[in-house]
Design a protein around this ligand. Structure first.
Ligand code: BG6
Length: 473
C-alpha cells in the first residue's frame, strides 16, 4: 500500500487531562477539584479531604516538568497536543467573579511551549475536574447555576487564549455523567440516590452550557473550532434475534442522544419517547431550545477503547467486567488486563456510523491500551520498555482508521490517550500505563518521576513522520 491514506495536515498527537497528570493540586492558588478526594477513582466513595494515597495530588508533576514533557512530544513530531484546563486553577471555588492570575499564567506558559514547537493545542474545557466547592455547595451539574459559573470560566479562558488555542472541546465524555455522576458531573448526591430525572436534567444543563460555550467562543474568535466529546462504544447485537438487535439500537441511542443534540441542536424523537415512558420531564428555561438549535458544534470528537455486545436477556450471558457502559462479554474479542475488550474493527465501524449520521468532521481524541509495563535496560544502555503489545494495539487500530478514511470518513486527527504515563481515571492507578513515555512513579507513590522513552516512542515518531505510511510496511 503506497498511496497516502491519511490526509495532508492530519493532526497526529497525544492526549492527557489536567487532573490526571499535573499534580500541584494546591499550588499557586488552585482550589480543590472533585478528583482531589477520589483516591480510588470511581471504585470507592470520595473522601472528606485529600488523602496522601491519592496519586493525582502529585500526578506525574507535569506542572513543574511541562517543558521537558512537551519537548519529548515535539521529538515524536506531535502536530497537536490535547490537554485540559483545570477549572479550579482558574476559578478555585468555581463561583468567584475574578479569576486566579497564576492559574491563567500557567496555561499561557504551557500553550507557548507547544506553539514554540509548532504543536497545536487541543483543549478540553471540563475533563472530570469540577471544582469541589461547586460539587458540595451546588450539587454540580444537577444545579442549573453551574451554567453561569461555566459561562464565566469559558469566557475567561477563551478571551485569554484566543490567539493561542484554536481547537476546543466543551465536556470530556459528556455521556459518562449518567454512569459516573460525581466524577463526570460533580454531582455530590450518591449515585444510588439519584433518579433518572435528576441525571437527565443534569445532562440538559451540560448540553445548554456546551451550546453557550460554542456561541461565546465563536463570538470571541470566529476561527475557533469547537467540538463535543463523547465516549464512543459500538454495540453489537449478541445474536440476530430482532429483540437483541433492538436492544443494541436502544443502547446506541443512549449514547447518540448526546451527539445528536450537539450536532442537530434538538432532542431526538427516540429520547422524547423514552422520557415520556419513564415519566422524565426535562425542564427547559426560556431560550434553551433556541440556544441548542443555533449553536451546534463544528466537529465531533470521541474516545474509543472498546465495543460491547448487547442482549435483550443479558442474564443468559457472561457480563463484560470491563464494559464501561454495560453490555455482555463478546466471545470473539480478547480483553486487556483490565477486562476492556479490544476491537480495532469497532473503530472503523464507529467512524463510519458517525460520518454517515452527521457528515461532520470527526476527531479521535482518545484511544490506547492501558497495560502494566516493565522498565528494562535497552541495547543502548538507556532504560526503556519493550511495549510491543502497545504498538500492536495502536497499529491495528490505526490501520482501521486508515480503512475508514478510505471509506470516505472525514477525520481531522488522532490523539492517543495518555501519551505520557498518568494516573488512571477509573482506578486511580499509575500501573495502568498508556504512554509512549514511561514515568517512574508507582502505585504506592514511590519513584523518581524520571521519564524514559518506551519502544513505542520511536514507533509513533515514524508513524507521524511518514503520515501513517509506516503502518503499512
Ligand atoms: C476516558 C477518560 O474515559 O478514558 C480519561 O476520558 C481516562 O480520563 C481514559 O483516563 C482511560 O481510562 P482509565 O480509567 O484507564 O484511565
Amino acid at each position: 500500500m503506497t498511496e497516502t491514506t491519511f490526509p495532508k495536515g492530519f493532526l497526529w498527537g497525544g492526549a492527557t487531562a489536567a487532573n490526571q497528570y499535573e499534580g500541584a493540586y494546591n499550588e499557586d492558588g488552585k482550589g480543590l477539584s472533585v478528583q482531589d478526594i477520589m483516591p480510588n477513582g470511581i471504585q470507592t466513595p470520595p473522601t472528606e479531604e485529600p488523602t496522601p494515597d491519592n496519586l493525582k495530588l502529585i500526578g506525574i508533576d507535569f506542572y513543574h516538568r511541562y517543558k521537558e514533557d512537551i519537548k519529548l512530544f515535539a521529538e515524536m513530531g506531535f502536530k497537536t497536543y490535547r490537554t485540559s484546563i483545570a477549572w479550579s486553577r482558574i476559578f478555585p471555588n468555581g463561583d468567584e467573579t475574578e479569576p486566579n492570575e497564576a492559574g491563567l499564567a500557567f496555561y499561557d506558559a504551557v500553550f507557548d511551549e507547544c506553539l514554540k514547537y509548532g504543536i497545536e493545542p487541543l483543549i478540553t474545557l471540563s475533563h472530570y475536574e469540577t471544582p469541589l466547592h461547586l460539587a458540595r455547595t451546588y450539587n454540580g451539574w444537577a444545579n442549573r447555576d453551574l451554567i453561569d459559573f461555566y459561562e464565566r470560566y469559558v469566557t475567561t479562558v477563551f478571551n485569554r487564549y484566543k490567539d493561542k488555542v484554536k481547537y476546543w472541546l466543551t465536556f470530556n465524555e459528556i455521556n459518562s455523567v449518567l454512569h459516573a455522576p460525581f466524577m463526570s458531573g460533580g454531582i455530590n448526591t450518591p449515585k444510588e440516590d439519584l433518579t433518572e430525572q435528576d441525571l437527565y436534567q443534569a445532562v440538559h444543563h451540560e448540553l445548554v452550557a456546551s451550546a453557550l460555550a460554542t456561541k461565546i467562543g465563536h463570538e470571541i474568535n470566529p476561527d475557533f473550532q469547537i467540538g463535543c466529546m463523547v465516549l464512543a462504544m459500538p454495540a453489537y447485537p449478541m445474536t440476530p434475534n430482532p429483540e437483541d438487535v433492538l436492544s443494541a439500537r436502544h443502547f446506541e441511542n443512549s449514547n447518540y442522544l448526546f451527539s445528536d443534540i450537539h450536532v442537530r441542536g434538538e432532542y431526538p424523537g427516540y429520547a422524547k419517547r423514552l422520557f415520556k415512558e419513564k415519566g422524565i420531564e426535562i425542564e427547559f428555561a426560556e431560550g434553551d431550545a433556541e440556544l441548542l438549535k443555533e449553536n451546534t458544534v463544528d466537529f465531533i470528537s470521541f474516545s474509543y477503547y472498546m465495543s460491547t455486545a448487547i442482549a435483550a436477556n443479558p442474564e443468559e450471558y457472561d457480563s463484560g467486567v470491563g464494559n464501561l457502559l454495560g453490555g455482555v462479554n463478546n466471545p470473539y474479542l480478547e480483553s486487556s488486563e483490565w477486562g476492556w475488550q479490544i476491537d480495532p474493527v469497532g473503530l472503523r465501524i464507529v467512524l463510519n456510523d458517525f460520518w454517515d449520521r452527521y457528515q461532520k468532521p470527526l476527531f479521535i481524541v482518545e484511544n490506547g491500551l492501558g497495560a502494566k509495563d516493565v522498565l528494562v535496560e535497552g541495547a543502548d544502555g538507556e532504560m526503556t520498555v519493550e511495549d510491543d503489545y502497545r504498538i500492536d494495539y495502536l497499529e491495528k487500530h490505526l490501520q482501521q482508521v486508515g480503512e475508514a478514511i478510505k471509506d470516505g470518513v472525514e477525520l481531522m486527527g488522532y490523539t492517543t490517550w495518555g501519551c505520557i504515563d498518568l494516573v488512571s481515571a477509573s482506578t486511580a492507578e499509575l500501573s495502568k500505563r498508556y504512554g509512549f513515555i514511561y514515568v517512574d512513579r508507582n502505585d504506592d507513590g514511590s519513584g523518581t518521576l524520571n521519564r524514559y522513552k518506551k519502544k513505542s516512542f520511536n514507533w509513533y515518531k515514524e508513524v507521524i513522520s511518514t503520515n501513517g505510511e509506516s503502518l503499512y510496511k
